[in-house]
Design a protein around this ligand. Structure first.
Ligand code: ADP
Ligand code: MG
Length: 256
């Protein structure tokens, strides 16, 4: 039997660096990060506050530019693109979910989800239909006309996920998506991610909570602007505790 073909590489970053300058101060937020992510991977990026996770996500999401290094997204070399080139790629390829939802407060869930399609000039009726389908996909068919202040935190994050997915992006990036949610709601958002992953979505999620990260299939750990560990979740000792028993190695009985 021939070897099954590996999924295509969606993200390839090589030796990315990003230094912030405030006055005379320099913060080396990323110090040479290399990473490859294939289609339909589910990656959690972990690390202490200040380790560079959001900086990396912003670069992957084409919200920011590296000082040096290469970034290929879905085969497109973004390295030398200007702001409008990056905005185009971002619109086509990236769905972003933030800790604080970032919804427009005065308009309905439906309008919020339509917004990216307005930017990409999708005509009104197709836009409406796609936004309705995206809201159905995240379980909010009955909340489409609610405004953000009429929705719970978990529902707001579902709207944000629908907005991220409505343009069928090649990658879903989520920076601490459960950071503002209680544990039960967090779990339901993780169930939603699980469903999206099963449907073939590629996901990269930042979290510092092990029980959240344990939902991913691959754990990337950062420290001081660098990746120091990159393992399948079932080999990550912390995450293993939250995996189903059949994935855990045999426990040896200890008499204490
Ligand atoms: P994390 O998401 O892991 O908490 P960040 O990527 O936000 O880390 O930050 C990495 C480092 O860069 C931190 O030292 C932080 O203070 C600094 N930093 C992040 N964003 C900026 C910015 N816009 N201007 C200056 N320094 C920044
Ligand atoms: Mg952060």
């Amino acid at each position: 039997m021939p070897e099954p073909l590996a999924n295509p590489v969606v993200i390839r970053v090589t030796n990315l660096t990003r230094t912030y300058r405030i006055g005379s101060e320099r913060v080396e937020a990323l110090r040479g990060v290399s990473l490859e992510v294939c289609k339909n991977e589910y990656v959690a990026v972990m690390g202490h506050s200040g380790s560079g996770k959001s900086t990396l996500m912003n670069l992957l999401g084409c919200l920011d530019k590296a000082d040096a290094g290469l970034y290929h997204l879905n085969g497109i070399n973004t390295t030398r693109m200007n702001a409008s080139g990056l905005a185009n790629v971002r619109n086509r390829e990236i769905g972003f979910v933030f800790q604080s939802f970032e919804l427009l407060p005065r308009v309905s869930a439906l309008k919020n989800v339509e917004l990216p399609l307005i930017y990409s000039k999708v005509p009104f009726w197709s836009r409406r239909k796609l936004a309705q389908q995206a809201l159905q996909r995240v379980g909010l068919a009955d909340r489409m006309h609610h405004k953000p202040n009429q929705l719970s935190g978990g529902e707001k994050q579902r709207v944000a996920v629908a907005r991220a997915l409505v343009g069928a992006p090649s990658i879903l990036l989520a920076d601490e998506p459960t950071g503002n949610l209680d544990s039960k709601t967090s779990e339901s958002i993780m169930q939603l991610f699980e469903q999206l992953y099963a449907e073939g979505q590629t996901i990269i999620m930042v979290t510092h909570e092990v029980d959240i990260a344990a939902h991913a299939r691959r754990i990337v750990r950062m420290r001081d602007g660098q990746i120091y560990s990159d393992l399948p979740a079932e080999q990550d000792p912390d995450c293993l505790r939250f995996k189903p028993a059949e994935l855990r190695p045999e426990q040896t009985e200890q008499s204490s």
